[in-house]
Design a protein around this ligand. Structure first.
Ligand SMILES: Nc1ncnc2c1ncn2[C@@H]1O[C@H](COP(=O)(O)OP(=O)(O)OP(=O)(O)O)[C@@H](O)[C@H]1O
Length: 593
């Protein structure tokens, strides 16, 4: 009887992928039978196995499932036992692919055939196996939830979580103890009715994270963090944390820390302040978006290598900041970081700037000559900004320096060997420049060893509230004015704006707020007119295709900026927070007079 089973060429185990890459191994036996069997043969098999049967062809492709019910019905009709099974008797099976999640498996029916990507049978799943797994899955979810609860409960910090409307969904023991209430007296209530002086209901509206804020609770100054929770570009709630046991504990920690630092680290501190504070590190790159985290983590990896890095991104996205942060994290951090903007230096001076010159190399050359940026960057890093704007003949010379690791000063003949790490940046699409013959292909590949693409601000809007808060704080300290609050309508307009000048433009807007807003509150009418207009245009044209909408907003923004400065392009570029060359490019591209 068993010769009806065909198990040749079938794998011993099948790997069915579950959620989160958990794998489930299926084991034989397979309840299989080839096509064209007689009723009698099938009947014997069903009696022996008490399972439904998967019918397959010679290629192990599933033809269908045969149930005992169908066979008995055939016999009742009076069909002879030697009658061959007909294809029409087969039931369409519910098939699962080997890489599918078992969570989504419909477990009606006894056996579910599992097929590979070619639709060939690779195994089967029984109802029992699926139910076992579902039990296991539910248990593991329960376990994770319990684990989170335990972590929250043992934490010293008070933790409260609110939903997007400001209603409490979780409050741990530490917070409840501090407030002197039971969790059930807090959960489901509006947070402002439970926690004194809370701002969490505002955090879910503004999206501004606050770390180390001071909040008076029960007459005591508490240190709090308020962190919005984002999901798919939407705020879905916020977490509030009470840190330490009030400010006294913080002072204690601070005192301990400063004692240690003055005793042992004063020299290191002074060096740190002198050197690092002048330059950016990754901590200076503010933002909470996934896109920024991914870019930072790639850049941290790049810092550990010696390779050339090409940073691309729109103007004002932070390319130079990233270049400095990479240098500061690299083994060259104590050596020079020399930046040069290739677009800002007139073509005839660029060569002398980069490679230096010897005495008498040209009229007006300094006595004794002068080293170029490459020499100055020796052992450190040179940052070649706007490399896409470099003239072709200079590209050839840069390539030679890269290949030979040495420079010859202008007018000189002696080669000076160099050990310089190169980080180049551009806001142009270099592949296109290569295609159009404006950029050397060999130099492009030489520079593009590690490519870091910094996303524009409009593609990481979660960063906007954090950046606004950061710059409000920084500029109010710099200008010695009191902290200002941002009205919700202002934050909405700022979040909706596309920021063509990216973070540089955002900085300028915040600086204007600090300089021109008299009271403590920044309201809608304080917004620059381009941002107000943008929001109005967006609301009007919500049904238009996204691309044309963005272009139109950009044109409006540029036109408005030009009007405001009576056509002065340098001033308009400054106002927009973009480089002058970028403005010229955009004027040409959009045919703005
Ligand atoms: N993530 C960030 N957090 C805080 N400030 C930032 C961030 N990214 C950029 N900035 C600030 O924005 C300004 C512009 O950054 P940067 O000069 O590095 O941009 P860029 O891409 O090199 O611009 P360009 O292409 O015009 O030269 C700088 O003042 C920088 O400090």
């Amino acid at each position: 009887m068993l010769n009806h089973f065909e198990q040749r060429n079938l794998p011993n185990e099948v790997d069915v992928q579950l959620e989160h890459n958990v794998h489930y191994w299926m084991k034989p036996p397979y309840f299989l039978i080839f096509e064209k069997q007689s009723i009698q043969q099938i009947l014997e098999l069903l009696t022996a196995k008490n399972e439904d049967i998967i019918m397959i062809n010679k290629d192990h492709c599933v033809l269908g499932i045969l149930t005992s019910e169908v066979i008995y019905r055939a016999l009742l009709k009076g069909l002879p036992l030697h009658q061959e099974i007909e294809e029409s008797w087969l039931q369409d099976p519910f098939i699962v692919r080997a890489d599918e999640s078992i969570i989504h498996v419909n477990f009606e029916g006894n056996i579910i055939p599992v097929v590979n990507h070619e639709e060939k049978l690779v195994g089967s799943l029984s109802q029992k196996e699926i139910l076992n797994y579902k039990d296991y899955f539910i248990q593991s979810i329960k376990h994770n939830v319990e684990l989170i609860d335990i972590i929250l409960e043992i934490a010293y910090e008070g933790v409260a979580v609110v939903d997007q409307h400001g209603y409490i969904v979780k409050m741990n023991k530490a917070y409840c103890n501090f407030l002197g209430i039971k969790p059930e007296e807090a959960i489901g209530k509006y947070v402002a009715d439970v926690i004194e002086n809370t701002q969490l209901h505002k955090t879910v509206k503004s999206g501004i994270p606050e770390r180390g804020g001071i909040q008076m609770i029960q007459g005591q100054k508490m240190i709090v963090h308020r962190i919005p929770i984002w999901q798919n570009d939407q705020i879905i709630g916020a977490i509030g944390m009470l840190i330490f046991e009030g400010v006294t504990e913080l002072y204690q920690i601070l005192e301990n820390a400063t004692q240690v630092s003055t005793a042992n680290n004063s020299k290191i501190d002074a060096e740190y302040k002198n050197d690092h504070n002048k330059r950016k590190t990754f901590e200076h790159m503010v933002g909470v978006s996934q896109a920024l985290h991914v870019t930072k983590s790639m850049a941290r990896k790049a810092a550990k290598t010696k390779s050339t890095v090409l940073i691309t991104g729109e103007s004002g996205t932070g390319k130079e900041g990233f270049a400095q942060a990479i240098h500061n994290l690299s083994s060259r951090s104590t050596e020079p970081f020399i930046a040069i903007n290739c677009a800002a230096i007139p073509e005839h001076l660029l060569e002398a700037e980069l490679f230096g010159y010897v005495e008498g190399a040209f009229t007006g050359a300094k006595k004794g000559g002068s080293p170029g940026k490459f020499e100055l960057a020796n052992k450190g890093t040179i940052f070649l900004d706007e490399i896409g704007d470099m003239p072709l003949h200079m590209q050839t010379k840069i390539l030679r320096v890269l290949e030979e690791n040495e420079v010859v000063r202008l007018g000189g003949s002696r080669s000076i060997s160099l050990d310089v790490r190169i980080i180049a940046a551009t806001n142009q699409r270099l592949e296109e420049c290569v295609r159009e013959g404006d950029f050397r292909e060999d130099l492009y590949y030489r520079l593009n060893v590690i490519h870091l693409e910094i996303p524009p601000l409009r593609k990481r809007k979660e960063d906007i509230p954090a950046l606004i808060a950061h710059y409000l704080n920084r500029f109010s300290k710099e200008y010695g004015v009191s902290q200002k609050n941002v009205d919700q309508s202002v934050m909405e307009a700022l979040r909706e704006y596309d920021w063509p000048g990216n973070i540089r433009q955002l900085m300028n807007v915040v600086e204007q707020f600090i300089n021109f807003v008299d009271g403590d509150s920044i309201n809608y009418h304080h917004l620059p007119s381009v941002i107000r207009k943008n929001q109005q245009t967006k609301t009007r044209e919500v049904h238009q295709p996204l691309k044309s909408e963005r272009i139109e907003t950009e044109i409006l923004t540029i036109q408005k900026a030009l009007e405001e400065v009576r056509g002065n392009k340098t001033a308009a570029a400054r106002r927009l927070g973009i480089h002058r060359t970028t403005l010229y490019k955009k004027l040409r591209q959009f045919k703005i007079e």
